[in-house]
Design a binder for this molecule. Structure first.
Ligand SMILES: *Cc1c(COP(=O)(O)O)cnc(C)c1O
Length: 282
């Protein structure tokens, strides 16, 4: 099944984009990518909360309550008979004659969502992968999950051209996050990750890892660290909805520690797996 959600209607996925949708012309909107496992959207409440926050920060009023939206997304997963994959959803500021300033209140935001079948990347989670370093040239509100992703797309392209899974971004000496995931390093058994401020997108996977580490008795420091700290780390991993937790074994031409997935990372990979498998049972 290949249906999409368009505003409050579930319909065939052949709706045309309006050239004056502000998402199209300005990237003026917000989005979420939500994992689906065993036919159930994962951490949906957290995604809806973040969507609400992103909306607030760009001064966009969501046309529906998040509980209504949640119900629609669950319905979409069900009509598409999606077992394992993702929901992509976005809300744009709406369709209006092209002007940079916001349209009047008569213009309603446009909500679109669709699903995609995708297998979890358990393979690469076990094996690990390579990353490249790219200068973080994004704006100063990286905490908002907006549709403006050109710097992220350019960074990811550089990764792909170098057979890497991710581009790890740094502002000068400071590591921020990756093009579409958060970055953690391990040093002497403790985790370090950039604090959740305007320089990074606070991943839901990131937040879950921090929670998990509490029960695993692993100390997490939400502190900045340098490119050098990253290269000298005992372990490095990235986290995101689409990746879960992926050990990073090489950064550019530099090998991290002995070049195999580290023990702390492996514990987190395992704990995260049982978390979403458990989430489905509840
Ligand atoms: C979405 C995103 C992440 C990861 O967030 P999750 O909620 O864990 O999927 C990290 N960084 C950026 C730039 C993102 O857009």
């Amino acid at each position: 099944m290949n249906k999409m959600l368009f505003n409050d209607q579930i319909m065939d996925r052949d709706t045309l984009v309006d050239i004056e949708d502000r998402a199209y012309q300005f990237g003026d909107g917000i989005y979420e990518v939500i994992g689906v496992y065993n036919g159930k959207p994962l951490m949906l409440d957290e995604h809806m909360e973040r969507l609400e926050r992103s909306a607030r920060e760009i001064r966009l009023t969501l046309p529906e309550s998040t509980s209504e939206l949640k119900r629609k997304l669950e319905e979409l997963v069900s009509v598409n008979e999606l077992e394992e994959g993702i929901i992509y959803m976005q809300v744009s500021r709406g369709i209006a004659s092209r002007e940079h300033y916001f349209p009047g209140e008569n213009v309603q935001p446009v909500t679109v969502a669709y699903t995609r079948e995708e297998e979890r990347m358990t393979d690469v989670e076990d094996r690990g992968a390579k990353a490249v370093l790219v200068e973080d040239i994004r704006w100063l509100r990286c905490d908002i999950k907006t549709l403006n992703l050109l710097p992220n797309a350019m960074a990811k392209q550089e990764a792909v051209e170098n057979n890497a899974i991710e581009a790890i971004l740094h502002r000068g000496e400071t590591v921020t996050e990756a093009s579409a995931s958060n970055v953690f390093i391990v040093k002497n058994g403790e985790l370090y990750t950039h604090p959740a401020n305007n320089y990074i997108l606070n991943g839901i996977t990131r937040k879950k890892i921090i929670q998990l580490c509490d029960s695993l008795n692993i100390k997490v420091n939400e502190e900045t660290y340098s490119v050098d700290d990253l290269l000298q780390a005992d372990e490095v991993f990235v986290s995101a909805t689409k990746l879960d937790v992926v050990p990073i074994l090489n950064v550019d031409d530099h090998t991290i520690a002995d070049g195999t997935p580290g023990e702390v990372t492996k514990r987190i990979v395992e704990a995260f797996r049982s978390l979403y498998q458990q989430d489905v049972k509840n």
